[in-house]
Design a protein around this ligand. Structure first.
Ligand SMILES: [Ca+2]
Length: 235
């Protein structure tokens, strides 16, 4: 009985010493980072997109479709071999467009305050399969509408607000080439996977404060494209 009591006391002392050590390490860490609670909270990268690998199929994603004609479209999840392991990818396509522009995409509502972030990166792996509108389109050429950014068989768009609540769009489009030389496009070959990482999006102007939603897919006439993953990491 007496022995049990002593053992319990020893266990308790060990626990207290362990807790004190943890607290002192945490305190040392905070002091080392200058007492800034936001810096302290942001030591790790935070993934803002749910199911960005599509391992959980289309869960958390909504299909978006815009067309003025009676086109044929779909968004499907496929499993492919990538580097000797299975990878679930999203394939989207649009046919019967009759050279009339439209969109097939996936949308995820994010609603994340990023105002205290110092870094934010979009990372994605994409592949163009085919497309019929060979450039980014003439109709946004010289447009003063910041949401009119042109068309490409694969794109990622991030809709965000600045600190004053004004809406903006960050965009990257993937296409082979473009006679219009619009900004925000990366030229890649057809039928090859391409890994893309954005610049630090906390350095763009206007600076993001709140991310509304992300849109990934294709836009143009007929097109077909693949997305292996799309991640938005912040810290
Ligand atoms: Ca995947």
């Amino acid at each position: 009985m007496q022995d049990d009591y002593i053992h319990l006391r020893i266990k308790k002392i060990y626990l207290i010493v362990f807790a004190l050590l943890l607290v002192s390490f945490a305190f040392g860490y905070i002091v080392g980072r200058g007492f800034n609670v936001f810096t302290y909270l942001s030591w790790w990268e935070k993934e803002l997109i749910k199911n960005g690998d599509f391992d959980d199929n289309l869960n958390y994603w909504d299909v978006v479709h815009n067309s003025n004609v009676n086109d044929v479209y779909d968004v499907i999840v496929k499993t492919i071999k990538l580097n000797d392991s299975d990878d679930k990818i999203v394939e989207f396509y649009r046919n019967n467009s009759y050279a009339d522009g439209g969109t097939v995409a996936l949308k995820q509502q994010l609603g994340v305050d990023v105002s205290h972030f110092s870094e934010l990166y979009l990372r994605t792996r994409v592949r163009i399969i085919n497309y019929t509108e060979l450039n980014t389109g003439w109709w946004c050429e010289g447009s003063s509408n910041p949401f009119c950014v042109g068309e490409s068989p694969v794109f990622v768009k991030i809709f965000y607000k600045d600190k004053d609540g004004k809406r903006h769009l960050w965009h990257v489009g993937f296409i082979e080439s473009d006679i219009y030389n619009k900004t925000g496009y990366v030229y890649i070959p057809v039928n090859e996977w391409y890994d893309f990482e954005s610049e630090n999006l906390m350095n763009i102007d206007p600076k993001p404060a709140f991310i509304d939603y992300i849109l990934v897919g294709g836009t143009g006439w007929d097109f077909k494209g693949d997305i292996s993953y799309v991640h938005l990491y912040g810290k």
